[in-house]
Design a binder for this molecule. Structure first.
Ligand code: BES
Ligand code: MN
Ligand code: ZN
Length: 500
């Protein structure tokens, strides 16, 4: 779907979309248009019981002399409390309505909303951003493009006074959207197409935006002593990779020390010898979601030429059972020197992250490390599909992350870290084991395990197992790969660390 901005010319619209707040007061342009069509809009609102409430939509054919096809009224709700996120959600709902009407081209008329604090240029930009996010489809493997669910809407024209300024407001949002789409694409790819080597190639495409991308192969990892990550990889014919990324955009000396992002990139998680049941095993193609978020954030930051230094590390492996696979009971030595008894080969994410985290802090000495991982089924039991789990050794860092998530509608809920859980991962033979002894607190013991591989650097872990994939569409998040985390981390980085 293409988006363009132009000056108002309502009578040249295709399907004309008008946002109407509670109280149904029309802006001057919409009111003038209503007058020109002999009150057709007001009449439709009254007979259609349209009150301007959120989620209300009313579509009707325009009178012949209006010069437009159909008219679509969208409820904006209470004008004075409208936030940027609300406007994005409404933008998403507009796309869904146009799509339901099988429209190929919609025209959205934007003017000041009486009582709303957001300026028209920003209203237009946020509508456009939400519409863009909502228009995402992963259609590359469908032969029949018009099949159910695919987008028929080809163009959304946004008409607003001062279109050039609205377009300027939209530009950075478009780049963040590009990052979100990159993540959604990667998460959606099946595991026969996307495996460590090809995912590393995808990471390498960021070089054209100025990101430094180093790819470590098996030999390089062996030399570094990454026995935990390599143990997971050894059952698969797909060779592992570790990708280190660096974006150096900071201009001021005081901003030089980087923020680090680390991602779990298990391109398929069969469970290994501790094999998973077959129901829903296909979901484990998106067990590389954490790494995809890291790549999406780099895409957005680099496309925006963000004035900040950020490094990233993603550990890429496939977890498969075979004659060479690691066995329950095996003991591996991580890059940190700590040994791990592998009780369950399906608790592989923490093994991969153990070496990725250690490598990250050792090589980059970052200001803070944030890792993202589809780490535990237990986080879905605790929080469902709405909130991601947050764990942190640093309360200030946790607050900043939670605030960014709140702003972007990607919410985090903090769970405890506490040495009291350490006894659960004590091993009789090694420094630790990779699963907890009891049944409970599976997400916490996993986080407690990761903590042992970050040294003293302020660190946060986000468990995204419940939010990476969605079976239910939301206004700006269609079904499938959500891209959850890209907007959150992009905002966290720009709000707290980006220089002028
Ligand atoms: N990738 C899974 C976690 C997961 C489950 C992600 C469902 C998304 C949806 C992870 O590697 C895993 O298998 N975790 C185990 C840990 C257990 C063996 C301690 C789990 O959660 O069951
Ligand atoms: Mn697993
Ligand atoms: Zn996994």
């Amino acid at each position: 779907m293409k988006i363009d901005f132009s000056e108002p010319n309502l009578s040249k619209a295709t399907t004309l979309v008008l946002g109407v707040p509670v109280g149904t007061r029309l802006g001057p342009q919409a009111a003038a248009f209503d007058k020109a069509v002999a009150g057709a809009i007001r009449h439709a609102m009254e007979t259609g019981r349209f009150e301007g409430k959120r989620k209300q939509a009313l579509r009707f054919p325009a009178p012949a002399k209006a010069g437009v096809g159909q008219i679509l009224l969208i409820g904006l709700g209470e004008a004075k409390s409208l936030t940027a996120t609300d406007l994005q959600n409404i933008g998403g709902e507009i796309v869904d309505e146009l799509q339901a009407a099988k429209e190929t081209h919609g025209t959205l008329a934007v003017e000041a909303i009486p009582g709303c604090k957001v300026k028209p240029a920003e209203i237009a930009a946020n509508f456009a951003y939400g519409a863009r996010l909502s228009s995402y489809r992963f259609g590359k493997y469908r032969k029949e493009k018009a099949k159910e669910g695919q987008l028929v809407l080809e163009r959304l024209s946004v008409q607003v006074k001062g279109a050039a300024q609205a377009k300027r407001c939209y530009q950075p949002l478009e780049k963040i959207g590009e990052g979100v789409f990159f993540t959604r694409d990667l998460v959606s790819e099946p595991a026969n197409v996307l495996y460590p080597e090809t995912l590393a190639k995808e990471a390498a495409t960021l070089r054209r935006l100025g990101v430094k991308v180093d790819i470590l192969d098996e030999k390089a990892m062996r030399e570094l002593g990454m026995g935990a990550l390599l143990g997971v990889a050894q059952g698969s014919v797909r060779k592992p990779r570790l990708v280190a990324l660096s974006w150096q955009g900071a201009k001021r000396a005081k901003d030089k020390r980087p923020i680090a992002l680390v991602g779990k990139g298990v391109t398929f998680d069969s469970g290994g010898i501790s094999i998973k049941p077959s129901a829903h095993m296909e979901d484990m193609k998106w067990d590389m979601g954490g790494s995809a978020v890291v790549l999406g954030v780099f895409r957005a930051l680099a496309a925006r030429k963000a004035r900040v230094n950020v490094v990233g590390v993603v550990g890429l492996v496939e977890n498969m059972p075979s004659g060479t696979a690691q066995r329950p009971g095996d003991v591996v030595t991580s890059m940190s020197g700590q040994t791990i008894e592998v009780i369950n080969t399906d608790a592989e994410g923490r093994l991969v992250l153990a070496d990725a985290l250690w490598y990250c802090q050792d090589r980059f000495k970052p200001r803070a490390i944030i890792d993202l991982a589809t780490l535990t089924g237990a986080i879905i039991v605790a929080l469902g599909m709405e909130y991601a789990g947050l764990f942190s050794s640093d309360d200030k860092l946790a607050k900043k992350l939670a605030a960014a998530g709140e702003e972007e509608g990607e919410r985090l809920w903090q769970l405890p870290l506490d040495p009291i859980y350490d006894k659960d991962i004590n091993s009789d033979i090694a420094d630790m084991k990779n699963v907890g002894a009891g049944r409970g607190a599976g997400s916490i013991t996993a986080a407690q395990f990761l903590k042992r591989f970050v040294g003293d650097i302020p660190w946060a872990h986000i468990d995204i197992a419940g939010v990476t994939w969605s079976n239910q569409a939301k206004p700006t998040v269609p079904k499938g790969g959500t891209g959850f985390g890209v907007r959150l981390l992009h905002r966290f980085i720009t709000d707290n660390y980006e220089g002028k």
